[in-house]
Design a protein around this ligand. Structure first.
Ligand SMILES: NC(=O)c1ccc[n+]([C@@H]2O[C@H](COP(=O)([O-])OP(=O)(O)OC[C@H]3O[C@@H](n4cnc5c(N)ncnc54)[C@H](O)[C@@H]3O)[C@@H](O)[C@H]2O)c1
Length: 370
């Protein structure tokens, strides 16, 4: 068993509360209600009407609801929390749960800021409780196959993704700064880490907004990441490109010494040369359902999941580094950004034991190779 968190070793459905009953919360509540691995015990939202409406929507009008996570978890016997609140609430809700001895499966991004993300990684370590971030796009058979194909190409040197969409969201995304980088690109950045099996080293990024863009912030970005091992990951994206749009996953090319893989984001990937890859005996659970399976399995057998905060934090660091690079015109080194975020975190009023854990340095050292 390779674990640094306390497992919940039982085959019975894991009793959980879901926190956050907004748009994505509704999707999670439906997934939890359907799953035989978990037992939905309650829904929490600051807006209790939203929690009640969500309970009714899954046919459970009598489901306990509340506005505070740990009290409702205690009352209902829940042993884990699924945090689908807004990013600003990720840190307080997850911190409270971890300190109460409740493991957490949270929506991306890990938190609203890197210092908060580091504090959450430290809190998970300190409390021995699993905090896993759901990056739902990892749970996709085509991604698994593209990765398997890539691993047969020898040394990988180039991974690029084109992402061209034209969504008319209305609302906060039209007004926020860096809409594409902050609200979307983490999905592709995180997939690049998985596909290349490499971690980010540095990034140079340029943002821009075409004359016809309906976003206030820059809706386009071109980012070139250096990854460990020397490979480059190139993200070329736009949220205001009508016509011939790509998949929401983006259109991918991975090139290695021995060939290339192409994946259009929607259909099975292909490679040249064409190496056969093993087929799954049973179809995998995809999207958030896949994340849920991985979370429960990790708690049952103690195997570290790929979304564990200590690892997932790097996908969020890629976003923050790209935004910093676009804003300053400078290449940004991930290690330097994390060092700076750690220094900032140590000046914030986090729990003293969390600050001591951060000061011990293990959190940062475990994130990146020296
Ligand atoms: N994986 C994906 O593809 C995907 C897609 C959309 C959203 N998300 C993520 O899901 C999360 C939620 O997004 P959303 O679109 O559902 O947001 P939303 O605004 O629709 O809903 C958030 C809900 O959280 C509640 N809330 C806020 N603070 C709270 C707190 N402290 N305690 C309890 N409830 C609280 C709000 O009242 C609201 O009902 C975000 O982190 C977002 O990035 C992921």
């Amino acid at each position: 068993m390779n674990t640094r968190f306390e497992p919940v070793p039982t085959d019975a459905p894991l009793p959980v509360v879901v926190v956050g009953a907004g748009g994505m919360g509704a999707a999670w509540i439906a997934a939890v209600e359907e799953s035989h691995l978990v037992d939905l015990r309650g829904i929490v939202d600051l807006n209790q009407d939203a929690a009640r409406t969500a309970a009714i929507a899954v046919g459970r009008p009598d489901l306990p609801t509340g506005t505070a996570t740990v009290p409702l978890a205690r009352e209902t016997g829940a042993q884990a929390v699924i945090n689908v609140t807004i990013p600003e609430a990720h840190h307080p809700v997850t911190t409270e749960a971890l300190f109460a001895g409740l493991p957490v499966l949270g929506e991306k991004p890990v938190a609203a800021t890197l210092p908060q993300s580091l504090a959450l990684a430290a809190t998970s370590t300190l409390t021995n409780q699993l905090f896993m971030v759901s990056q739902s796009r990892r749970y996709n058979q085509h991604v698994v196959d593209a990765r398997a194909m890539s691993q047969q190409l020898g040394t990988l040197g180039i991974c690029s993704v084109d992402f061209f969409k034209a969504p008319r969201f209305g609302g906060f995304r039209d007004a926020m700064p860096h809409p594409l980088l902050v609200d979307m690109a983490i999905h592709q950045f995180d997939l690049a880490r998985l596909l290349l099996d490499a971690e980010p080293v540095s990034v140079s990024c340029e943002e821009y907004n075409p004359t016809w863009s309906w976003y206030d912030g820059d809706a386009c970005a071109l980012a070139i990441f250096e990854m460990t091992g020397g490979a480059r990951f190139i993200f070329n994206g736009s949220w205001c490109s009508p016509g011939l749009e790509t998949s929401w996953n983006g259109r991918w090319r991975i090139s290695g010494a021995g060939g290339s893989v192409l994946w259009d984001g929607d259909n099975p990937p292909c490679s040249e040369p064409n190496h056969p890859i093993a087929a799954n005996a049973t179809p995998m659970e995809e999207g958030i359902r896949g994340a849920l399976v991985e979370f429960v399995t990790a708690l049952r057998d103690g195997k570290r999941p790929m979304g564990e905060v200590q690892s997932n934090l790097l996908s969020f660091a890629m976003v923050e580094a790209a935004v910093r690079s676009a804003s300053t015109g400078q290449r940004v080194h991930i290690r330097e950004l994390l060092d700076e975020s750690l220094a900032t975190a140590l000046d914030l009023p986090f729990d003293p034991a969390v600050l001591d854990t951060l000061r011990a340095g293990d959190v940062l050292n475990s994130l990146l190779p020296a």
